[in-house]
Design a protein around this ligand. Structure first.
Ligand SMILES: Cc1cc2nc3c(=O)[nH]c(=O)nc-3n(C[C@H](O)[C@H](O)[C@H](O)COP(=O)(O)O)c2cc1C
Length: 186
C-alpha cells in the first residue's frame, strides 16, 4: 500500500454521476441545472428514493420546493456542453434557451425531461431536511425512462458503459470498463 498523509477535512472526493434536474418555472417554462449531490435510499415498501441535496436559493431548489416534483436526467459524455451551459446560468436571470435541446414531458409526472438523456428519474418530494444553507430532499421515484438499448435482467443489471455517464468529483471524468458481477472475484 502507498503511504498516506493526513490533511484537513476540506477536500471533496465524492465520486458521483452528474444529473441535470428539470423543473417547472412559475410561468410553465422549463428550467434545467446540474446537481451532482445525488444518491438513493430505501423508500416505502420496495421503492427507491432519490436523495438530492441543493445549496443556497437557486431556481431549481425554489421550483422543487414550490411544485414538489422534478426530473433527474443522467448526463452522458455527449451532453457535457449542455451541462456546462445550464450550470453557468441562473434560472432567476431568465429562461436558459441559449443552447438548443429537445425537451419532452415526464410519462408519469408533469416535469420537463431532456430527450438526449439515456436515463431519467421522475421524482416527487416526500421529505426535506435542512442543514446549514443546504436542503436535502428525499424523493420517491415515480417512474424511470431508460434507454431502449438497455436490457436489464434484474434491477441491478444495468450496463453503465452504455449510459456513458459523466462522473464528477470537482472535475469531469468518464467511466472505465465493466469489470464483472458480485462474486466474480471470490
Ligand atoms: C458539475 C456541476 C455540479 C453541480 N452540483 C450541484 C449540487 O450538487 N448542488 C447544488 O446545489 N448546486 C450544484 N451545482 C450548481 C448549480 O448547477 C448552479 O448554481 C446553477 O446555475 C443553478 O441553476 P438554477 O439557478 O437555474 O437552479 C453544480 C454545478 C455544476 C456545473
Amino acid at each position: 500500500m502507498g503511504k498516506r498523509r493526513s490533511v484537513p477535512p476540506v477536500y471533496s472526493m465524492c465520486v458521483q454521476p452528474a444529473f441535470l434536474i428539470g423543473t417547472n418555472n412559475e410561468d410553465g417554462t422549463a428550467n434545467f441545472a446540474p446537481i451532482t449531490w445525488v444518491s438513493v435510499t430505501q423508500g416505502e415498501g420496495d421503492g427507491y428514493m432519490l436523495v438530492i441535496s441543493m445549496f443556497g436559493t437557486k431556481k431549481t431548489k425554489q421550483n422543487v420546493q414550490r411544485t414538489g416534483i422534478f426530473s433527474a436526467n443522467l448526463v452522458s459524455v455527449d451532453m457535457l456542453p449542455l451541462m456546462d451551459y445550464f450550470g453557468s446560468r441562473h434560472g432567476s436571470d431568465g429562461v436558459k434557451d441559449g443552447v438548443p435541446c429537445e425537451v419532452s414531458r415526464g410519462e408519469v409526472l408533469d416535469v420537463p425531461v431532456l430527450a438526449q438523456s439515456r436515463w431519467v428519474y421522475e421524482c416527487q418530494v416526500a421529505e426535506a431536511v435542512e442543514t446549514g444553507a443546504s436542503t436535502t430532499f428525499f424523493c420517491p421515484i415515480r417512474n424511470i425512462q431508460m434507454d431502449e438499448r438497455l436490457s436489464c435482467r434484474d434491477p441491478f443489471d444495468v450496463d453503465l458503459t452504455l449510459l456513458d455517464p459523466v462522473i464528477y468529483s470537482g472535475k469531469y471524468h468518464s467511466l472505465g470498463k465493466l469489470l464483472g458481477d458480485i462474486g466474480d472475484f471470490l
